[in-house]
Write a new protein. Structure first.
Length: 335
């Protein structure tokens, strides 16, 4: 959906919520192919936002939704998903420098148990080789190997159904992601991801997890320095795929973690893993006193009651990263 420039004038009290994942010096990292934001581009975006926007805090957004009070014109809020070490070593010092708050959404299991989320394993499998067809071929063999045990369809059934290129990814990459993130049952997905992780990444999972995610102490440091830390579940499951009991467990475990690291639980917030919200998830967040939740819907957010648990965001990759970009560039690219 394109946002028309003439609509911007009527968006004075709206807030541009920006979503970030990996933020790192890609060229000098071990996985330059990882889909992330290059650190110099992040610095440019922050400089730009600081100059042209009012960067607000999550608490200010909650206050605006609670009271109906207007936000400052051209408000922006910065959110960072998945608890990556990038956020502590790269993002946090820059935000601190500018006196800007970031909101960080943490998948607890990765931090507490030093396991690598399967979604992250898939990212690093993909970043480990330029030859995505080789991974597709491996998947063909693996599906064949498990075909009888898991009563699978022939490989072509999955390939024809899932291999469709997107705005960001080739059809091979989309096939690999969809097959391993959603299509197969969890037990088999985990098995296959594990086999590919060993083959392509080849690092001890514990060691890799410690390199990839923040520690509890680092989170406490950020929390004490005025950053906002919020819930991203425990296992990073799709919340709209869970029954009530399993979602309750996801939320309760992540709330207890937030409590333990000193988060003000009167103002706790959430971010749906994969943007996976549904009516049940909204109801259960609300009944637990959650104050707001962000999605991966692409839009500028209205700080109003009915959007409290459905706040859309713009991905950083949809926004200009060059120096001297104009405000109109931001909205033109936000589709
Ligand atoms: Zn996530």
């Amino acid at each position: 959906m394109a946002i028309r420039i003439d609509q911007i004038k009527n968006m004075k009290s709206n807030v541009t919520i920006v979503m970030y994942h990996y933020v790192r010096d890609l060229a000098n990292s071990r996985y330059p192919e990882i889909k992330g934001l290059d650190l110099p581009c992040f610095v440019n975006q922050i400089e730009y936002l600081n100059k042209h926007y009012n960067v607000i805090t999550t608490e200010e957004l909650i206050h605006s939704i609670d009271t109906g009070e207007s936000l400052p014109p051209k408000s922006a809020l910065l959110t960072f998903d998945d608890g990556y070490i990038d956020h502590y070593t790269n993002v946090f010092p820059i935000l601190s420098n500018y006196g800007i708050q970031g909101s960080f959404y943490i998948p607890v299991k990765a931090i507490k148990e030093h396991v690598v989320l399967d979604v992250n394993k898939i990212h690093f499998i993909l970043a480990s080789t330029p030859d995505k067809l080789m991974i597709v071929k491996d998947l063909e063999h693996l599906l064949e190997k498990y075909r009888t045990t898991y009563q699978l369809y022939p490989f072509d059934h999955y390939y024809d159904m899932l291999a469709k290129a997107s705005r960001y990814d080739s059809k091979e990459v989309i096939f690999i992601k969809r097959l391993l993130q959603v299509e197969l049952i969890e037990e088999l997905r985990l098995k296959i991801v594990e086999e590919l992780f060993v083959k392509y990444v080849g690092m001890e999972e514990h060691v890799f997890a410690k390199e990839l995610y923040m520690t509890e102490d680092q989170l406490i440091h950020m929390q004490n320095s005025g950053m906002h830390i919020g819930s991203h579940g425990f296992n990073h499951y799709w919340w709209n795929h869970l029954n009530e009991k399993d979602l309750a467990s996801e939320l309760d475990l992540s709330m207890s973690f937030l409590h333990d690291i000193g988060v003000d639980m009167k103002n706790w917030t959430a971010c749906y893993p994969y943007g996976s919200f549904d009516e049940q998830a909204v109801r259960m967040l609300s009944s637990r006193g959650c104050k707001m939740a962000v999605t991966t819907q692409v839009d500028v957010a209205e700080p109003i009651e009915k959007m409290r648990f459905l706040l859309p965001r713009l991905d950083t990759n949809d926004l200009p990263k060059e120096k001297n970009s104009t405000i109109n560039d931001w909205y033109k690219k936000a589709i």
